[in-house]
Ligand binder design. Structure first.
Ligand code: KG4
Ligand code: ZN
Length: 337
């Protein structure tokens, strides 16, 4: 049995109400209420719909997590909740619920940076994962290559100058009529597809760490429109595989550019896009080839969840970074700033 503070972690930054109970890095319970069905018919996340769905789900999810962990709320040492970045209305639900809960329990409240949560996810399953490391964070709203010099000490090497990687998957899938969310759809549809039918451009070749994905979307649209006119649209699986290959290629190459530049011997990843099978395979091949360790969370811990918020919350609590009662959510909280 692990020791350490008993933390409740709450995640409501986007379209998943995630709640977990974690002690000493061990997940005692982790539950999720997904709003995918509610947003799918709009082809993307509708902020007000998200906030209202969190309001409905938050109490039952907290209850379920505590019950699954076999603990009572008054045993909690702290409550952690995502403070930002994310959709403000959605963030406010989990943040205010967590704060009120901590206040009523007389326990500390810790507001967590969502991206620091993703950064801590690999540690939940790989206890040997420690800095220094290069971590690729790729989600629906962010794409970053982070040099984790120490826990809490981050240097952002590269970021996207336009769309995030997940956003590119989502927008392109939407155009291809594959539905929402696009990442898992392209992952699925591309299975068995031949990515060599078309080579989409890899942008920003002259910048080693930064990403740009909006041009890819335009290329895919132009390519498909021309192919339609010419009456020669290749199978969807091939186009999806080519799109996936273009995104994965850039993410992998730039991550390993940072590994080379820093000389670190471990790589990790976090964020929904890291659930992508081709990306995981390519990262594993490249890490193997270079003899560096790779720590990827299992897919369920790559996408948004409460456990990663509890894990980052535990780290912040141990550092004494307790959040003042008057602190607010922030849509633009940034790692390392
Ligand atoms: O981290 P996350 O769950 O939420 C945010 O913080 O945004 O990431 C969601 C993003 C979405 O854009 C989704 O399409 C993408 O992650 N995603 C994937 C896969 N699973 C989720 N992208 C590619 N392949 C996947 N298997
Ligand atoms: Zn996320």
């Amino acid at each position: 049995m692990t020791t350490g503070p008993l933390i409740l972690g709450i995640e409501t930054s986007c379209d998943e109400t995630g709640v977990a109970v974690v002690r000493g890095g061990e997940i005692l319970a982790s539950v999720l209420s997904s709003q995918l069905d509610e947003h799918a018919r709009f082809g993307g996340v509708v902020p007000e719909v998200a906030a209202r769905a969190h309001i409905e789900a938050i109490r039952p999810m907290v209850h379920a997590a505590l019950r699954q962990a076999g603990v009572h709320s008054d045993q909690l040492d702290a409550v952690a909740a995502t403070q930002g970045p994310g959709l403000v209305g959605a963030l406010m639900v989990g943040y205010s619920f967590g704060k009120a809960m901590a206040w009523s329990l007389g326990a500390p409240f810790v507001g967590v940076d969502h991206m620091e949560g993703h950064l801590f996810a690999p540690r939940l399953e790989h206890t040997d994962f420690d800095p220094p490391a290069i971590v690729l964070l790729a989600s629906g709203g962010h794409s970053q290559i982070v040099h984790v010099k120490n826990w809490g000490e981050y240097e952002v090497f590269g970021t996207t100058i336009d769309d995030a990687a997940g956003e590119a998957f989502d927008k392109i899938a939407r155009f291809m009529g594959l539905g929402y969310p696009g990442g898992p759809a392209i992952d699925r549809v591309s299975e068995g597809g031949d990515p060599s039918v078309v080579k989409f451009p890899r942008a920003l070749r002259d910048r080693p760490y930064h990403f740009s994905f909006s041009g890819l979307k335009t290329s895919v649209i132009t390519y498909l429109e021309k192919a339609k006119v010419a009456g020669s649209v290749p199978p969807l699986a091939d186009v999806a595989a080519a799109v996936q290959e273009a995104i994965v290629d850039v993410l992998v190459n730039k991550t390993f550019n940072a590994v080379e530049a820093t000389g670190v011997d471990r790589v990790a990843g976090g964020g929904g896009v890291l659930a992508n099978r081709r990306l995981r395979q390519r990262l594993a091949e490249e890490a193997d080839r270079r003899g560096v360790a790779l720590h990827l969370p299992s897919p369920a811990l790559c996408t948004d969840n409460g456990a990663m918020i509890a894990a980052a919350g535990e780290f912040r609590l141990e550092r004494g970074d307790v959040t003042p009662w008057g602190a607010d959510v922030s849509s633009s909280l940034r790692l390392g700033s």
